[in-house]
Design a protein around this ligand. Structure first.
Ligand code: GDD
Ligand code: MN
Length: 354
C-alpha cells in the first residue's frame, strides 16, 4: 500500500486477557509493519490477571503501544468508546483481544477505507467466504437470531451482513462518535444507527476459536442487547406513537360525536388531531436525531405523506357506515389499521429521511 495511507488506531478492549494480548500484538505488528503507520490502544479494566502489566512492559520498548487502564470492569462498549476518544489515527479498528478476530484482516480494512472510500468496514461472518470455527448448532442459531432481531428492529443495521460483529473499522472524520451511547455491547449497531449515511462495506472472515481464557459475554449481555435494540428501534417507537394516535383519533371523534357533530366532520377532526399528535411525538422521539429540515417543512411533508392513510381511514369509515351501517367510531378504528404501514414507509423515506 502506498504512503498516503493515514495512521490507524487499533482499539482493543481487554478483561483478563493476559494469555492472549502479547500474541495478538505480535500478530498485529506482523500484519502491519510493511504497510501502515499505526498505534495499538489497549483499554484494560484493571484486569486481576495482570493484563495491563504485560502491556505496560511491552509499551516501554514499543512506542506504538498505548495503554488505558480504567478502574474496575465497566463493560466492553464503554471501553471501546474510551479507546476511540484517545485515539489519534485517521482510521480506527476495533477488535477483541482473544485472537478470535484475525489481525491479518486489518490490511483488508485499510484497503476498503482508502481505496474504496468506505466509511465503515465490517468483518463479517455471514458474507460469502466467512464463517465461524467450531460453533455448536445452538450457538450458531442464537447468533443468527440476534442478527435477525437487530435487522428487523433497527433498519439501519441492514447495511451489513453482520451487524453483531465486534470486529470493524471506520474513518474517523465521517463518523459521529459523540452520538454513540455506551450502553450494551454492540458498538457497531450504534454506529450504524447514528450514522445512517455512512458508506458501509463488508469483508468476509472466519471467526476463530478463543486462544486462551474464557468469554465474558453471557446471559446478562444478551438481555442488555435486547433492551438496546428495542430502545433504538424506530419501527417500535413509530408503532407506539401510532398506537397513541389511535386514542387521540377515536377520543376526539367520540367527543365531537357527543357534541352532536355530523360523523363525517367528527371523523375528520379525529384524523387531523392524531396527525398533529403523532407528528409531535415522532418529531421529539422516533426521529429526534433526524430533524434537518425546517419545522414548517417537516409538518407540511408529514401531512402530504400521511394524507393517503388519513384518506384511507376516512374512506373505510365512510364505506362501513354507509354500506354496512357500522357505527362510525368502529369504522374509524378499522380504517386506522389500514393506514398504518403505508404511513411508516412514507414517513421514514420522505419526511425524516437519512
Ligand atoms: N475493557 C473491557 N471491559 N474489556 C472487556 C470487557 C469489559 O468489561 N468485557 C469483555 N471485554 C473484552 C474481552 O477481553 C475481549 O477482548 C473482548 O472484549 C470480547 O470479549 P469476549 O468475552 O471474548 O466476547 P465473545 O467472544 O463472547 O463475543 C465476541 O464475539 C461476538 C460475536 O459473536 C465479541 O466480539 C462480540 O462483540 C461479538 O458480538
Ligand atoms: Mn471472544
Amino acid at each position: 500500500m502506498d504512503a498516503k495511507v493515514g495512521k490507524i488506531s487499533i482499539v482493543i478492549p481487554t478483561y483478563n486477557e493476559s494469555k492472549n494480548i502479547a500474541h495478538l500484538i505480535e500478530r498485529i505488528e506482523n500484519s502491519l509493519k510493511e504497510c501502515c503507520i499505526y498505534e495499538i490502544i489497549v483499554v484494560d479494566d484493571n484486569s486481576p490477571d495482570g493484563t495491563s502489566e504485560i502491556v505496560k512492559e511491552m509499551s516501554k520498548v514499543n512506542g506504538n503501544i498505548r495503554l488505558l487502564i480504567r478502574e474496575g470492569k465497566k463493560g466492553l462498549s464503554s471501553a471501546v468508546i474510551d479507546g476511540i476518544k484517545i485515539s489519534n489515527g485517521e482510521y480506527v479498528v476495533v477488535m477483541d483481544a482473544d485472537l478470535q478476530h484475525p489481525p491479518e484482516v486489518i490490511p483488508k480494512f485499510v484497503r476498503k477505507l482508502v481505496e474504496d472510500r468506505a466509511d465503515i468496514v465490517v468483518a463479517s461472518r455471514y458474507k460469502k467466504g466467512g464463517g465461524v470455527e467450531r460453533w455448536s448448532t445452538i450457538r450458531k442459531a442464537m447468533s443468527r437470531g440476534a442478527s435477525l432481531i437487530a435487522k428487523l428492529l433497527v433498519p439501519e443495521a441492514n447495511r451489513t451482513s453482520d451487524p453483531m460483529s465486534g470486529f470493524f473499522a471506520f474513518r474517523k472524520e465521517s463518523i459521529n462518535i459523540g452520538n454513540v451511547k455506551p450502553i450494551g455491547y454492540k458498538i457497531l449497531l450504534e454506529l450504524l444507527y447514528s450514522n445512517p449515511k455512512a458508506k458501509v462495506s463488508d469483508i468476509a472472515y472466519i471467526f476463530g476459536e478463543r486462544h486462551a481464557g474464557s468469554s465474558k459475554l453471557g446471559f446478562k449481555e444478551m438481555v442488555t442487547f435486547l433492551i438496546h435494540v428495542i430502545r433504538d428501534s424506530r419501527p417500535i417507537k413509530f408503532a407506539t406513537v401510532g398506537a397513541s394516535g389511535t386514542f387521540v383519533n377515536l377520543g376526539m371523534m367520540y367527543l365531537f360525536l357527543r357534541l352532536g357533530l355530523f360523523y363525517d366532520y367528527a371523523s375528520a377532526i379525529g384524523i387531523e388531531s392524531s396527525i398533529l399528535s403523532n407528528f409531535t411525538f415522532n418529531n421529539a422521539w422516533t426521529f429526534k436525531d433526524r430533524r434537518k429540515r425546517s419545522l414548517a417543512s417537516r409538518i407540511f411533508r408529514y401531512h402530504v405523506m400521511v394524507a393517503p392513510s388519513g384518506l384511507t381511514i376516512f374512506f373505510v369509515m365512510e364505506m362501513l357506515a354507509k354500506i354496512l351501517n357500522i357505527y362510525p367510531l368502529i369504522g374509524q378504528f378499522i380504517g386506522i389499521i389500514f393506514g398504518f404501514i403505508v404511513n411508516y414507509l412514507l414517513s421514514s423515506k420522505k419526511v425524516w429521511n437519512p
